[in-house]
Design a protein around this ligand. Structure first.
Ligand SMILES: *[C@@H]1O[C@H](CO)[C@@H](O)[C@H](O)[C@H]1NC(C)=O
Ligand SMILES: *[C@@H]1O[C@H](CO)[C@@H](O)[C@H](O)[C@H]1NC(C)=O
Length: 196
């Protein structure tokens, strides 16, 4: 009962704070910005932000007749650099539910990675997870981050999203599942995405 009263009391305080903040909002009706600002209103969400955890297997296929990752640019010194510095690789990598590439396809990782480390193999990853399965079909998660591929776990930020992932934020953790001599790699991506 006491907890209940306290909760009601703090909700009231919150309400007062929110409404007094609204009172301090600048009056914009006579601003010139009215010509291009079509609306700006307070948003009170009735739904809470949730965090979804997905696990995808990311297949980077560089060998064979149908590669999903291709080098599109390089620097004059890329091939003699121990870290491949300067290489830019465009990808359209399958995302599946299991480490076997024949497991269920649920989306693709489209974008590029670039060898951005002079001393370490450190990739700049810039890719969208474009989901195609079930209710997520058409929704995307945008990832931009630093990927030191020989570290056991690499964390990269989620910088946004679309569809069901509008306003997304969060992070991914990448772990190499297998790396073949050919360069083909399977990476487990655990995606922790906050969205509404
Ligand atoms: C560097 O290596 C790549 C991949 O083996 C090759 O496609 C490319 O032609 C090489 N570039 C130069 C300048 O030798
Ligand atoms: C995903 O949506 C596209 C476009 O609406 C549709 O063509 C496709 O069949 C859908 N895929 C799945 C697996 O539902």
């Amino acid at each position: 009962m006491a907890t209940c009263i306290r909760t009601t009391y703090s909700s009231l305080i919150l309400l007062l704070l929110v409404s007094s903040a609204a009172n301090f909002a600048p009056v914009t009706s006579s601003n010139l910005a009215d010509e291009y600002l079509l609306s700006s209103q307070s948003v009170s969400r009735t739904t809470v932000e949730k965090q979804s955890h997905f696990r995808f297997y990311w297949h980077d296929i560089v060998s064979g007749p149908n590669p999903t990752a291709v080098r599109v640019a390089e620097a004059p010194g890329t091939n003699t650099s121990s870290t491949g510095f300067g290489a830019l690789v465009m990808i359209d990598d399958p995302l599946t539910t299991g480490p076997d590439v024949k497991s269920k396809l649920v989306g693709r990782a489209q974008g590029f990675y670039a060898a951005a480390g002079l001393k370490n193999v450190g990739l700049l990853m810039a890719m969208n997870f474009v989901l195609t399965d079930g209710k997520y079909n058409g929704s995307t998660i945008a990832i931009l981050g630093h990927n030191e591929v020989f570290s056991p776990v690499r964390e990269m930020p989620i910088v946004g999203g679309s569809g069901l992932f509008r306003f997304a934020r969060g992070y991914v953790q990448a772990r190499t599942n297998s790396l073949e001599k050919s360069g083909d790699a399977v990476v487990e991506y655990n995606v922790f995405v906050n969205h509404y």
